[in-house]
Design a protein around this ligand. Structure first.
Ligand code: MN
Ligand code: MN
Length: 471
């Protein structure tokens, strides 16, 4: 039976139709995706922690002609590095900062295991390091896998030592032990998953050979580890007190699938948005009308507190510095700049998991391969804690993306009363700026091996690019 004309027309002209980014991309665009993702994987490998991400971002920005704001009284391309853990990057526009900026704010910290301040001990012939996990991890995902250690130690002589062990194949790596199935029946298998691996058992194997001779007494393995750390880095045990050492999955990001459609790797929440935002700013080509700004924030995964997190006055300080260069130092100028600023809160959302489709509302969730995900609100249990973007700003952004052929979709994190989460959106909205969450949808989010579809990675880049170019 042929369908009626009224039905056909309504379906074609009125109803919403989900489209794959692949089908929207031209062949020329499709050909740019692989090389883009090659550089993205290299970024993930160079940026396993917030400090290394900031270092890599500063390196790439400097290469592209950006200079430290502290040493640049003039110039269009500037950055401020905040304690090596957060960074603000701006390509100043033809218009005044007082008229507002176009800001893409991502975060560069990811869930991981942090070493405690007195971590080192030995038990039953194994040298170990105690950890306190950082952010939302699922503990069973962190055992029985190769791990690397990154971070800094401030020694008692005041010198700062940079540590990076476990990703170079010449290096040893580390691991957290897990129980064999033969002995796990009572200790783990009958327990609730969340209780099966207690946080205090997430201890990292650091050594197994003793120092000295058999009658020397206890802690020979621990002391041998200390000897090695002292030889290589000049450390003593007390130096762990002033250390930030982060245990992360070892190994590079990879292409996933026989067609290589996905990038698999650690830390894509939220370094996928950090990298696509950075590249969009660097690739702008010509000076924008409104200043184009990227923030790369620390501490998002533990609530954005601290002087390197988005709870701080980073935005005010940054805009204040930029306004001062225009000779504008009044509170009113900053307040005007804030209220006229447009923000994409560049953070990831969850894509519908093919094996766990029932945790999503599939009419409103994001899917891999359908472009950047716009999330009007986050929060949980009645949108609690969400900044909930204004319809006007959502309309502005969706029309901008459609007009510029940047594939986009919408997303919501899980079913009502089942899911929930938050981003830094509200921390920027509270200054009066317009804010919308817009980022890549991931599979296996917060795991040691997250997946992002390459079409979504590239769509995210395209979206930030047209946002920066927007007058
Ligand atoms: Mn995130
Ligand atoms: Mn997260």
């Amino acid at each position: 039976m042929p369908k009626s004309k009224a039905y056909e027309q309504a379906k074609k002209n009125l109803a919403r139709e989900a489209t794959l980014a692949h089908d929207l991309f031209t062949v020329a665009t499709r050909n740019k995706i692989e090389p883009f993702c090659d550089t993205y994987r290299a970024f993930l490998d160079a940026a396993k922690t917030e400090r290394r991400a900031v270092r890599e971002i500063e390196r790439l920005a400097t290469q592209a002609g950006f200079v430290d704001l502290a040493s640049a009284a003039t110039g269009e391309k500037v950055f401020i590095n905040y304690r090596g853990k957060s960074l603000g990057l701006a390509w100043l526009g033809r218009a005044s900062v007082e008229d507002g900026v176009n800001l893409v704010v991502s975060h560069v910290d990811s869930p991981r295991l942090d070493l405690k301040q007195n971590p080192l001990y030995e038990e039953v012939g194994v040298g170990l390091l105690k950890t306190h996990y950082y952010g939302g991890i699922r503990k069973h995902q962190w055992v029985a896998r190769p791990l690397a250690i990154y971070g800094v130690v401030v020694r008692k002589d005041g010198a700062q030592v940079d540590i990076a062990i476990g990703d170079d194949l010449q290096d040893p790596c580390f691991t957290v032990l897990d129980l064999l199935p033969h002995l796990a029946a009572k200790a783990q298998a009958e327990k609730k998953m969340a209780d099966a691996i207690p946080g205090e058992k997430l201890n990292v194997v650091i050594g197994g050979w003793p120092i000295g001779a058999k009658d020397d007494g206890k802690d020979r393995i621990k002391l041998n580890v200390l000897r090695l750390l002292n030889e290589k880095y000049g450390l003593v045990e007390d130096d762990f007190v002033s250390a930030e050492l982060e245990v992360v999955p070892a190994g590079p990001a990879r292409n996933v699938g026989i067609d290589g459609a996905f990038v698999g790797g650690y830390g894509q929440d939220d370094r996928v948005c950090a990298y696509t935002g950075l590249r969009a700013l660097l690739d702008l080509g010509k000076q924008p009308k409104r200043p184009a700004v990227c923030f790369f924030m620390d501490k998002e995964e533990i609530g954005s507190a601290g002087n390197t997190g988005a709870e701080g006055r980073f935005l005010l300080d940054f805009l204040g510095e930029l306004l001062a260069r225009e000779g504008k130092t009044s509170e009113r100028a900053i307040r005007r700049a804030l209220a006229r600023t447009k923000v994409l809160s560049a953070d990831v959302n969850a894509a519908v998991d093919p094996d766990w489709q029932d945790v999503h509302d599939k009419k409103n969730a994001a899917f891999v391969g359908r472009g950047i995900c716009l999330t009007k609100f986050t929060g949980s249990r009645g949108k609690y804690g969400a900044s909930d973007a204004n319809a006007e700003f959502v309309g502005e952004i969706r029309n901008l993306l459609t007009a510029n052929k940047a594939p986009w979709q919408t997303g919501e994190l899980g079913k009502v009363d089942e899911g929930g989460g938050g981003t830094v959106a509200y921390l920027f909205a509270r200054h009066g700026a317009d804010v919308l969450d817009a980022g890549t949808a991931l599979l296996s989010m917060h795991s040691p091996f997250e997946l992002a579809h390459k079409d979504d990675i590239y769509s995210t880049y395209l979206a930030y690019l047209v946002f920066f170019a927007k007058a």
